[in-house]
Design a protein around this ligand. Structure first.
Ligand code: ZN
Length: 412
């Protein structure tokens, strides 16, 4: 185990296709693997139809039925970060070319046969060149040629998405506005149709219980991933301290983004979330944390990353009369790292825990704690971490595979 934790996480791509990737993540913690899965599933922005104006609908399907189907059609969202704004961050009032993509559909059937209205009938209205509504923005130049188009439009190898079927005399005419969003808000913005990982194919850790009638191994055949691991010996004793370290990922996208962009964006998003957490926890230097973080819940945050006083404003300390909602050890029941409270540390050590996970370690989070595993307890993950801490509490040198922590906003 120790040797495992001495090195950094390793990623080995086993299969990479246009819309899927299969890779092995080794030397990582279960929580980290799951964090990647969650972030990839729910936090990566794409564009999807968000508003539908129906002009004419004489099909057999009601308007809202069609609107829902249109929303679920995957649209090409490559470089979504730079190519489009969130509407809520845009200066326009009702939607403009910088924060939305307009699509139109107008299909009517004149023949004596059933006709299929599909995503191939959706036409993107190109943004007006030169006319920028007086608003500055370079988003449009960052868009690819097919940005906002239904995935696989006019590609004979890709079957279009069926919207509805119409007969002679029926018509569907509508206007759609696609917007940028994330799947936490609505699943239509998820770039992934499936994200999963497997670990411990032999169930050595006994994280699951196999019900069986007579022969467990015969009734629960192992999968392909078992080839990557040593089969358990018949006389092998159960290791209570073993932890999963190797994860077999399968990520399938809906085509709006490529699998590589999905994973890389996911890691960047995770990094941003953690950096924001560190920033949010950063105590303003002039606040007396010993007295419950200044005791003013309405104090404005000083770093711009927090809201309404709670985090940076010292809400921690003030949550509890003992001055340490989190780490107040014994009396508070453990909190994070036990030991002394973060409030006390923060105040007494010029900058507290937020200057960087590594630097602070000695005084902030895990330093005095008995468990020493979480956050940044040491400058090296292997010297003090108990296993679960290795991917997080990495030091300045190791990081998680980020060679430029300073530049990428880690050391705040
Ligand atoms: Zn706008």
């Amino acid at each position: 185990m120790q040797a495992y934790e001495d090195s950094e996480p390793i990623v080995r791509i086993r299969d990479l296709k246009k819309d899927r990737v299969n890779f092995v993540l080794d030397n990582a913690d279960l929580a980290f693997a799951n964090a990647i899965r969650r972030v990839v599933q729910a936090d990566i922005p794409t564009v999807a139809i968000d508003m539908v104006e129906i002009e004419e609908n004489t099909t057999v399907l009601p308007d809202e039925f069609l609107a829902h189907r249109l929303g679920m059609i995957p649209l090409v969202s490559v470089n979504c970060d730079e190519a489009i704004r969130y509407s809520r961050e845009c200066t326009c009032l009702t939607g403009c070319q910088y924060c939305s993509v307009e699509l139109r559909l107008d299909v009517s059937c004149h023949d004596n046969r059933t006709m299929e209205v599909t995503s191939n009938h959706l036409e993107v209205i190109p943004p007006m060149n030169g006319e920028n509504d007086g608003l500055p923005g370079e988003e449009i130049t960052k868009r690819g040629e097919d940005f906002g188009h239904p995935v696989g439009k006019n590609d004979p190898a890709v079957q279009p998405v069926l919207i509805c079927k119409i007969r002679k005399g029926q018509q569907l005419k509508l206007r759609c506005v696609a917007k940028k969003g994330i799947a936490k808000e609505h699943a239509k913005w998820s770039p992934c149709s499936a994200v999963s990982f497997e670990y411990d194919p032999y169930n050595k850790l006994r994280h699951t219980t196999h019900w069986f009638e007579s022969d467990e191994r015969a009734e629960w055949p192992v999968g392909e991933n078992a080839k990557e691991e040593e089969p358990p010996r018949d006389d092998e004793p159960f290791d209570f301290n073993a932890k999963p370290r190797k994860f077999y990922f399968e990520v399938e996208t809906d085509g709006s983004l490529g699998p590589q962009e999905v994973i890389m964006r996911g890691l960047a998003e995770l990094q941003t979330k953690l950096a924001n957490l560190i920033l949010g926890l950063k105590a303003p230097p002039d606040v007396d944390m010993m007295n419950g973080g200044g005791g003013d819940p309405g104090m404005p945050p000083t770093n711009g990353h927090t809201t309404a006083g709670g985090w940076a404003g010292g809400g921690w300390g003030s949550m509890s009369p003992t001055g340490g909602g989190w780490g107040n050890g014994g009396s508070a029941g453990g909190g994070w790292a036990g030991g002394t409270s973060p409030a006390q540390n923060g105040g007494g050590n010029s900058g507290g825990w937020a200057t960087s996970p590594a630097q602070n370690a000695a005084s902030g989070w895990g330093g005095t704690s008995p468990s020493q595993n979480a956050w940044g307890s040491n400058t090296s993950p292997n010297s003090g971490a108990t296993g679960s801490g290795s991917t997080w509490g990495t030091g300045v040198q190791q990081g998680w595979a980020s060679p430029s922590q300073q530049a990428s906003g880690w050391n705040v």
